[in-house]
Design a protein around this ligand. Sequence first.
Ligand code: SF4
Ligand code: SF4
Length: 340
Amino acid sequence: MYLLIFPDVFFTKGAKRTLVLDFKREELLYIPNLPCGLQEQFSTETIECIFSKWGEEWHEFIQQFIDFILRYRLGVLVEDITGFRKIEEIYCSPCLIEIACIDIEKHAHRYDYIAAQLAKLNCQHLQFRYFLPVSLAEVDKTLQPFLQHEWLSIELIICQPNWNHVDEAISFLEKYPMLSMIVFNQEKNYYKKIKTEFTSQSIGFILYSEQCFSSPRDCGVINRRTLYRLKTVHSYMFNKLYNSCLYKKLFISSEGDVMNCPCIPRYYGNIDQNDVQLVDIVSNEKFQSLGMINTDRVSVCKLCEFRYLCNDCRAFLENLTDKPYKCHYNPECMQWSEEM
Ligand code: SF4
Ligand code: SF4
């Protein structure tokens, strides 16, 4: 008899425990770290054979692992395991850039030019971050050139809303079903899902948040609440293989500079002052290099069981492969410190 662990159940070994991620359930599961090679053996060897290889002293441990898999329906017992293949660890995307973030602080950008350039990259998601007081009419005006092209989602980050009541923002979102909105610096938290015929998890909601967010430098905080709730194997592969924040991402700073992130001083031209060609910029190896740093390469993080759920930040650190300053987790003692 074999123990078939379903291929979409993922184990991430940390310094002191292993995180078990099963997309079919909401909560995260934890188990003690398994000895090297044991989990892999279940995909080729019978349970009886594994028991006999590991010897008497491991019987109880192995039995507890098998019971855990069966109790949480993470696998089943099968007579023949040969027909069940592992999921290949790859991430494919037809886009040169998947998400573009545009910061708006002091002045407007050349929106028509930017929209056309991003469309050429097959960019799927847009994010506008307003760090100045803004009305819904002004947001509407900014969006118009972008609405001439197709996007999967548009997210609005608003730090100082210039409207009186949340209902006004809800009506605005109802008008544009591909939008979602997060309003920071609010007195209390409030979340509402907007009725839309589309089902994507990343559109059609408004979140008022107490979190303080007033400038690009407030970005990059990693705490329990910022861990991703991944819904698909595709998104898991993205986070595992690449930098979850910067891979296939492009920023346009409030000054019009094309960047990987406004908090990382790497500049690739100014799109408000020159007709820069984004295709050339994002094809450049230097631009792509930050997105290639996954958490398996980052000190401390490579021993963290949350490393594939983490919105890893590459901005606030001394060396490029250091654990980010703004992380509140210590994988050695499995503790989250006081959150900012
Ligand atoms: S690298 Fe850090 S600061 Fe930059 S966008 Fe990502 S999380 Fe924010
Ligand atoms: S230790 Fe690293 S991987 Fe773990 S939560 Fe912090 S930043 Fe993310």
